[in-house]
Design a protein around this ligand. Structure first.
Ligand SMILES: [Mn+2]
Length: 261
C-alpha cells in the first residue's frame, strides 16, 4: 500500500510549511475554458475569505485558462476582472497559454499545433461565426485570429509569470526539474514537465503547488501538491487555500454534479 505510506508522510509534513502571517493565498487549478466553474470558484473564494476574517488576499491562477472547454475568451475576461477586484492576483503561464500566444503571431504551423492540443475550442470562443470557422483553412484562421482576440487579452496573458514564491511554497504550472534551483528552471520544464517531476520523491526545498497533470483528487505528496482535477471533463474545479501553516480545499462543481452530491 504504497499510497498509504506516502499520504501518511504528507500528513506529517503538514504544519511544517507556512506562509507569512497576515496573508491568505488561494491557488486555482487548470480552468481550461470552464467559465461556469471559474465563476463558481470565485464565489466560493469570496465567501471563504470573508468567513475567515481579515487578511491580505493573494490569488494564484496556476495556468491553462484556455483550450478544451467551451468558453476560453470568457475565462480570460473573468481573470482580468478578478485581477481588478483582487490586485494581488498572480497569473502563471501554462503550456496552453504559451501555444495560444504563439498561434497569435500568424504562424500557420504554430496555429495548427495549437488547434490540435485543444486550441480549436479557444479559437471558436473568439470567432464570431461557427460556419465561417468550419469553412476556414488553417492559413485563413492564422491570418484572422489575431484581429479577433482583444489586445487587452493578449496583454494580460503576456504579463503572466513562471514562478510565484510565497513563504515555504512555490507555485508553478507543470512542475520543476528536480535538482535544479528554482531560479534556473527552464520555461519548458516549468510549463510542460511531467514524469521526472511527478515521480521524484526528494525534497525540493519548497512545497511545489502545481496544475497540468490531472488526478481525480488533489495529489498531496511530501514535496508537491497537484490540484488539476480535470475541470474540462470532470466538471470539478479545485482551489487550495493556505494561511499560516494551514491548508484547505474548495471545489466548484457543475450544476448536475451538485445535485448528485
Ligand atoms: Mn498544462
Amino acid at each position: 500500500m504504497f499510497w498509504k505510506r506516502k499520504s501518511k508522510a504528507a500528513d506529517a509534513a503538514r504544519g511544517r510549511h507556512a506562509i507569512p502571517e497576515g496573508r491568505r493565498v488561494y491557488a486555482i487549478g487548470d480552468i481550461h475554458g470552464r467559465d461556469d466553474l471559474f465563476a463558481r470558484i470565485i464565489e466560493l473564494i469570496r465567501a471563504d475569505h470573508a468567513a475567515r476574517g481579515p487578511a491580505d488576499i493573494t490569488i494564484v491562477l496556476l495556468g491553462d485558462l484556455v483550450d478544451r472547454g467551451p468558453a476560453s475568451a470568457a475565462v480570460v475576461e473573468r481573470a482580468m476582472g478578478l485581477h481588478k477586484e483582487f490586485p494581488d492576483t498572480r497569473l502563471l503561464i501554462g503550456n496552453h497559454e504559451e501555444c495560444f500566444l504563439a498561434a497569435l503571431t500568424g504562424d500557420v504551423r504554430r496555429l495548427r499545433y495549437f488547434m490540435r492540443i485543444g486550441g480549436d475550442a479557444t479559437v471558436r470562443s473568439y470567432w464570431n461565426d461557427d460556419e465561417s470557422l468550419d469553412a476556414a483553412s488553417f492559413e485563413e484562421v492564422a491570418e484572422r485570429l489575431p484581429a479577433l482576440v482583444p489586445a487587452e487579452h493578449v496583454h494580460f496573458l503576456g504579463m503572466g509569470e513562471d514562478v510565484v514564491e510565497i513563504g515555504d511554497y512555490a507555485f508553478v504550472h507543470a512542475g520543476i526539474r528536480p535538482g535544479v534551483p528554482l531560479e534556473k528552471q527552464s520555461l519548458s520544464d516549468l510549463r510542460w514537465i511531467r514524469d521526472e517531476f511527478l515521480d521524484h520523491l526528494g525534497d525540493h526545498g519548497k512545497i511545489i503547488i502545481h496544475g497540468h497533470s490531472i488526478t481525480a483528487e488533489p495529489d498531496e505528496q511530501v514535496n508537491r501538491i497537484g490540484i488539476d482535477v480535470g475541470a474540462f471533463r470532470s466538471g470539478v474545479l479545485a482551489a487550495m487555500g493556505i494561511e499560516g501553516s494551514e491548508r484547505w480545499y474548495l471545489y466548484a462543481r457543475e450544476a448536475a454534479l451538485e445535485q448528485a452530491v
